[in-house]
Design a protein around this ligand. Structure first.
Ligand code: SF4
Length: 223
């Protein structure tokens, strides 16, 4: 069983995405990713050196924020086996745990008490067709067992991406089973345009702006 994890950064900030946006949160950003999205704002997680940390040491860091919500992100966290031990121990210590994943790896082994926030990569991401074939079914099963325990996120780069995402949501009835988030890729869609499209189409998804980029527009790490 893995006792260490490759870590890019640990920090305490405001949750910028998901239905938990706005809440204080400890972030554990794991190094390494199997995708290369055009709009990636976390290239340093796979292009730069990282630390190898004992899981106990990561838990010691989190212990500095008693009762805090904790998000595991990346990179792609599910590439590392030790993540399962980490999330179990965090949950056992009483933390609400969120795990962000790019959707390309199986989510079925993530413990039920963890909230999964799963991307569906659009054509404009450059990583389309990366979704694990069973993840949509597992997301729905997860939400049936524990409501809102799997959020689905689309990062959109264009009107074409929006239409593609809308079709995907409707075809799979995604809004029937759990939260669905539409987020404009930074600088690629004007948020007001996306808001108008959602309203015109009566699409019951959540418009998500990356709150941390609005609060700290010139800071790319540690937020
Ligand atoms: S999945 Fe996330 S971390 Fe990986 S390349 Fe895409 S945006 Fe970057």
């Amino acid at each position: 069983m893995a006792t260490t994890l490759d870590i890019s950064e640990l920090f305490y900030s405001i949750q910028g995405e998901s239905t938990f946006a706005g809440l204080p949160c400890v972030f554990i950003r794991l190094a390494g990713c199997n995708l290369r999205c055009h709009y990636c704002d976390a290239r340093y997680t796979y292009e730069e050196a990282h630390a190898i940390m004992e899981i106990d040491a990561i838990l010691d860091f989190v212990a500095g924020y008693p009762g805090a919500m904790v998000e595991i992100t990346g990179g792609e966290p599910l590439l590392q086996d030790g993540v399962y031990t980490l999330v179990r121990r965090l949950a056992a210590n009483g933390h609400r745990v969120l795990l962000e994943t790019n959707g390309s790896l199986a989510i079925d082994k993530v413990p039920a008490e963890v909230v999964v926030i799963m991307d569906i990569k659009t054509p404009g991401s450059g990583s389309a067709a990366s979704l694990h074939p069973e993840n949509l079914t597992w997301a729905q099963t997860r939400n049936q067992a524990r409501p809102a325990s799997c959020e689905i996120k689309f990062v959109l780069t264009s009107r074409e991406d929006y239409l593609w995402a809308q079709t995907t949501v409707r075809e799979h009835k995604l809004t029937d089973s759990g939260p669905v988030l539409f987020s404009p890729a930074k600088g690629q869609i004007i948020p007001a345009d996306l808001a108008n499209w959602l309203l015109q189409d009566r699409l019951p998804v959540r418009l998500q702006l990356q709150l941390h980029t609005l609060i700290w527009p010139h800071q790319s790490r540690g937020v």
